[in-house]
Design a protein around this ligand. Structure first.
Ligand SMILES: Nc1ncnc2c1ncn2[C@@H]1O[C@H](COP(=O)(O)OP(=O)(O)OP(=O)(O)O)[C@@H](O)[C@H]1O
Ligand SMILES: [Mg+2]
Length: 245
């Protein structure tokens, strides 16, 4: 299947707050390629979540552009942007964001309902997605009866509900132990291998090291683009080194 490219050009965000302006991102240019996990790393406050929110169209940039294929995410009215999000993008957050009163299967089927997919097909697809992540025996469980790793795999299954071109994951393993986190990373890598774009924000050097591409932000600027095979991830994102960039 032909997948779309995600492009950012001169992307910038200035937050206006009562205590003044905060420049969270400046002049960010990058093309995200299908089939690739791109890890976004950088210290707290460097603009990682801001970047994700702009790329995904949750927020509008102060300057610059975001394109998914031929669609200008930054320029669409909110209504159309949310339709585009539903169709093209999937999301995984550190806090899982599952609906507490819905079962695992109902959570996965939820975005399909919003996209107008008939209920029989919703159930079939939700079952297949849960199966893919080894969760078929958890389909009827409410989120509080799942382990953290299981919840995050349900969240990933839900992110794939409408067959997105891009999956955005902001610290998806931040609440997990390393074994569960590694399993979620395996799943993200498999999702990218299908030809999707995965944009992964992480503080974890081991996970960043497993991405095909790594972007490092510092004070809202892109200061390094690297493939982990070329750059030593462990040393180059150590805190003492960040200021030197
Ligand atoms: N809604 C907002 N209003 C004002 N300032 C904001 C807002 N969101 C973020 N900021 C500021 O923008 C800068 C970048 O924040 P951002 O959340 O993107 O960083 P981050 O790299 O995701 O950090 P973390 O690793 O802690 O999640 C910070 O200085 C932050 O305080
Ligand atoms: Mg953040």
């Amino acid at each position: 299947m032909l997948r779309l490219v995600l492009r950012a050009k001169g992307l910038g965000k200035v937050y206006r707050t009562p205590s003044g302006e905060v420049t969270a991102l400046t002049g960010f240019d990058h093309t995200f390629e299908p089939g690739c996990v791109t890890a976004v790393v950088g210290p707290s406050g460097s603009g990682k979540s801001t970047l994700l929110n702009l790329l995904a169209g949750f927020d509008t940039p102060t300057s610059g552009e975001v394109w998914i294929g031929n669609d200008a995410v930054h320029a669409l009215p909110e209504r159309e942007r949310s339709r585009l999000r539903l169709r093209r993008f999937g999301f995984v957050f550190q806090s899982f964001n599952l609906v507490a009163v819905l079962s695992a299967e109902q959570n996965v089927a939820l975005p399909m309902g919003l996209a107008g997919i008939p209920s029989a097909l919703r159930r079939r697809r939700a079952t297949a997605l849960l199966e893919r992540f080894g969760l078929q025996h958890r389909a009827d469980h409410l989120p509080h009866r799942l382990s953290g790793g299981e919840r995050q795999r349900v969240a990933l299954a839900r992110a794939l509900a409408n067959d997105p071109d891009v999956v955005f994951a902001d610290e998806p393993t931040g609440s997990l132990d390393s074994a569960a986190g590694s399993k979620v990373m395996d799943a993200l890598a498999a999702v990218a291998a299908e030809g999707r774009i995965v944009v992964l924000v992480t503080h974890d050097p081991t996970l960043a090291g497993r991405a095909q591409e790594r972007l490092r932000l510092h004070d809202g600027r892109l200061v390094e683009v690297g493939a982990p095979a070329v750059l030593d991830t462990r040393t180059s994102i150590a805190p003492h080194d960040v200021g030197a960039a």
